[in-house]
Ligand binder design. Structure first.
Ligand SMILES: Cc1cc2nc3c(=O)[nH]c(=O)nc-3n(C[C@H](O)[C@H](O)[C@H](O)COP(=O)(O)OP(=O)(O)OC[C@H]3O[C@@H](n4cnc5c(N)ncnc54)[C@H](O)[C@@H]3O)c2cc1C
Length: 453
């Protein structure tokens, strides 16, 4: 009996498909990597169904790639041709809400924005917004990539909010790890090991999260600078002065040009910082005044937006603006992160590389945490140009590692950055392989992602 026949014994027709159009849907994520159609897709609706699928995969040695929304950017959700996709998007319920404890337990397929829509009624929210993908990304996917976003400078990333997980290991064993205690010092932190593991150690069947209270008030402002390096310095200075920033987003002049071109915002085409503060009004105003002093001393002035435009709406269009700038061009992206003081050096390095190689480079990101996206535009149908862009991106990553930074601050490694992983982690990768074998002895859980066994 083949794997499809085995699965069909347990799952009704509406939960399993081998139809080409449905395999097409789950063959890719949001990266530019080539899609791969799996053997079949299975939609699980409960923890026991997840365990059933993994047990069958374990018995037959079949690879299984878990899928939330498929919005990952580094190919971590791309399946194997001889494997299954275990789609959890139908497991989208809130299981328990403890408003007095600021905690919630959810199924993994619930979408980030839907969860927050619900929590709003209790004056609560789950802060690590994945920005532009908040309307599609699932909580299971966010845990598995340790997603973070614009508000992570104040609130932290997904990892900081996970209290407990129900998981299924690579042998089909079901277990709960963690508990609802917020403060703990009790042995190894298995929860942290699963966060960011990109579906390679276990399938998550439920997530218990810590929450935050919706802030009393918010204040947004934006500044324009003459040079990228001054904007980067301002961020460094604001952090040094201990400013209570809820968000600080950097956009270089080339990105502003692209945004003007896409949306006609009419913004001054110079590097900018978008800021947001959270808290009581008096605190907001004090923080904002200090930010103003720091920015002004670096020669900056306030950036005014046109009627009806807000900073985060403008920032939302960043990737689309680059994508649509030059027809026929594709994006090579990265999401490097490094110590905050290195920001000016990194921004300058990216632009210098672009100038030397005559390729357009756009830098932006949640720079308060030292996270920078460098998007490079190149033509895939011109192999030399595409290769040059890949090499530029690799040089940016290698420079980051040399500055004691990381390949990925938020998108993960997947297939996209696997080649450089060993440079960052050295002998640590062998230790990771040993850990993987303990969770997944037959290497069936999303094999080939992050590193090869
Ligand atoms: C426009 C856009 C903007 C983005 N902005 C950000 C951003 O600001 N910050 C950021 O961090 N990311 C960002 N992302 C990337 C992406 O949205 C996040 O990585 C998100 O967390 C992925 O969630 P998902 O449900 O789509 O996961 P998927 O893509 O379905 O899966 C991602 C990984 O998690 C694994 N996985 C999924 N569910 C489970 C589970 N239940 N158990 C075990 N493994 C699982 C998959 O196998 C895969 O390895 C952006 C993406 C887009 C398209």
């Amino acid at each position: 009996m083949n794997i499809i026949e085995k699965l069909s014994q347990f799952f009704p027709a509406e939960q399993i498909s081998v139809q080409s159009d449905q395999l097409e849907v789950v063959s890719h994520d949001e990266s530019t990597l080539p899609p791969v159609k799996p053997l079949a897709v299975v939609w699980a609706t409960s923890a026991s169904e997840i365990a059933q699928v993994v047990k069958i995969c374990y018995d037959t040695g079949t690879p299984v790639t878990t899928r939330g929304a498929g919005s990952a950017l580094e190919g971590s959700t791309i399946p194997l041709p001889d494997g299954l996709v275990l789609d959890l998007s139908r497991m989208n319920r809130i299981l328990h809400l403890w408003p007095d404890d600021l905690q919630v337990q959810v199924q993994p397929g619930i979408i980030y924005d839907r969860l927050n829509d619900h929590l709003k009624n209790e004056g609560l929210f789950f802060p690590p917004s994945p920005g532009g993908s908040g309307d599609i990304a699932t909580i299971g996917g966010m845990v598995s990539t340790n997603a973070s976003g614009i508000y992570s400078i104040k609130y932290g990333g997904t990892r900081e909010y996970i209290l407990a997980l129900d998981i299924v290991t690579g042998t089909g064993e079901v277990m709960k790890i963690g508990n609802r205690a917020v403060k703990r010092s009790s042995g190894y932190n298995l929860v942290d090991l699963i966060a960011g593991s990109e579906g390679t150690l276990a399938v998550i069947s439920s997530v218990t999260l810590k929450l935050a209270g919706i802030p009393e008030d918010r204040l947004q402002s934006a500044y324009k600078f003459n040079e990228e390096i001054k904007a980067a310095k301002a961020v460094s200075e604001m952090c040094r002065y201990g400013l209570d920033l809820a968000a600080v987003e950097f956009l270089d002049r080339y990105l502003i040009q692209a945004l003007n071109q896409l949306k006609g915002y009419g913004l001054s085409e110079v590097p900018c910082l978008f800021l947001e503060f959270h808290g009581p009004r008096a605190v907001l105003e004090a923080n904002s005044a200090l930010a103003d002093t720091i920015c002004t001393e670096l020669g900056s002035s306030k950036l005014e937006f046109g009627e009806g435009h807000r900073p985060w709406e403008i920032r939302h269009w960043a990737t689309d603006a680059v994508k649509h700038l030059k027809p026929g061009y594709s994006i090579i992206r990265n999401d490097v992160a490094f110590p905050i003081s290195k920001l000016p050096e990194m921004v300058e390095f990216c632009h210098q590389l672009g100038n030397e190689n005559r390729l357009a480079v756009f830098t932006f990101g949640h720079v308060g945490l030292g996270l920078l996206h460098a998007l490079i535009l190149a033509r895939k149908d011109k192999p030399d140009e595409w290769q040059m862009a890949v090499e530029m991106s690799n040089r940016i990553i290698k420079k980051t590692i040399a500055l004691d930074g990381t390949i990925s601050g938020e998108h993960g490694i997947g297939l996209g950055h696997k080649d450089l992983f060993e440079i960052e982690h050295g002998p640590g990768v062998e230790l990771m392989r040993k850990i993987k074998r303990q969770f997944d002895p037959k290497n069936i859980l999303n094999p080939g992602k992050i590193f090869d066994l």
